[in-house]
Design a protein around this ligand. Structure first.
Ligand code: IPD
Ligand code: CA
Ligand code: CA
Length: 266
């Protein structure tokens, strides 16, 4: 199937899932359970939204694999896998902050950011009224407008987004790195959703982004947006993003940021 057809599926399913999540938000949200730590939460809406996405994809693309944050992995037979975060930015969603999104991507190969080839992706942010899309070789788009990362600036002029893990031990290390880094950049942002951070980067609203400990579903669609907008997404020592570190932005800023992170022992 052509990338554009896969993109249409990603976009349509993300939009429908975004409408469901937004409706459930209006009806009220409560924490349903905690996961890796007491502050790592899941709501009934996360589960209902992933169920909708999973059943739509099973109808439209039987045979493809699936990897979702809430319902886990299922191998397919086609070599393609849909990588889904039903609500990225769940804490924002719980508190009524607008930075949350539905993130859907389809990748070729194992659903592993260090090896996969992302083919198409959509990040739908209903509370922002923005639906971002990208396909391999087809560019990154926001509602009909082509996206481009900002031109590289020196690190001390760069607006850099990041995020913090739910695990306290990892957070302690993130805080240790963030403190001296703050003095070396224009400013830091912590908006609360990796997918929107990457979408904003693609749209030229940030200069760079880095985060330790991302899962495949946090970055599958967002990383493709950044790459298709002319940016790079990589790890610390590795050329591909790993669970240890994701660094994204225009090539020049990423190089300087990577050097700073290495020096600070990230
Ligand atoms: C989280 C958000 C957050 C990032 C965390 C993610 P969730 O995803 O993307 O910005 O800092 O690393 O786990 O839990 O809201 O889907
Ligand atoms: Ca997430
Ligand atoms: Ca999530």
């Amino acid at each position: 199937m052509a990338h554009e057809d896969l993109l249409e599926i990603a976009r349509d399913v993300a939009r429908e899932a975004g409408e469901l999540a937004a409706r459930l938000r209006r009806e009220g949200v409560e924490v349903a359970a905690t996961k890796s730590s007491p502050i790592d939460i899941v709501t009934a809406a996360d589960r209902a939204t992933e169920d909708l996405i999973r059943s739509r994809l099973a109808d439209l693309r039987p045979g493809d694999g699936f990897l979702g944050e809430e319902s886990g992995a299922e191998r397919g037979t086609t070599g393609l896998t849909w990588v889904v975060d039903p609500i990225d930015g769940t804490v924002n969603y719980l508190y009524g902050l607008p930075n949350w999104s539905v993130s859907i991507a389809v990748v070729e190969g194992d659903p592993d950011p260090t090896t996969w080839t992302a083919l198409a992706g959509a990040v739908d942010a209903p509370a922002l009224g923005e639906l971002y899309t990208a396909s391999a070789g087809g560019g990154a788009w926001l509602e009909g407008r082509p996206l481009r990362v900002r031109e590289a600036v020196p690190l001390d002029r760069a607006l850099v987004a990041t995020g913090f893990h739910y695990t306290q031990a990892i957070r302690a290390n993130q805080a240790r790195v963030a403190q001296p880094l703050l003095a070396r950049v224009r400013d830091l942002r912590r908006a609360g959703g990796a997918a929107i951070d990457l979408a904003y980067l693609a749209a030229g609203r940030l200069d760079a982004y880095f985060e330790q400990g991302l899962n495949p579903w946090d970055q599958a669609a967002g990383a493709l947006l950044v790459q298709e907008a002319g940016g790079v997404v990589r790890g610390l020592d590795e050329e591909r993003p790993t669970n240890r570190m994701t660094i994204a932005g225009s090539a020049g800023v990423v190089e300087e940021l990577r050097a700073a992170l290495l020096e600070l022992g990230a």
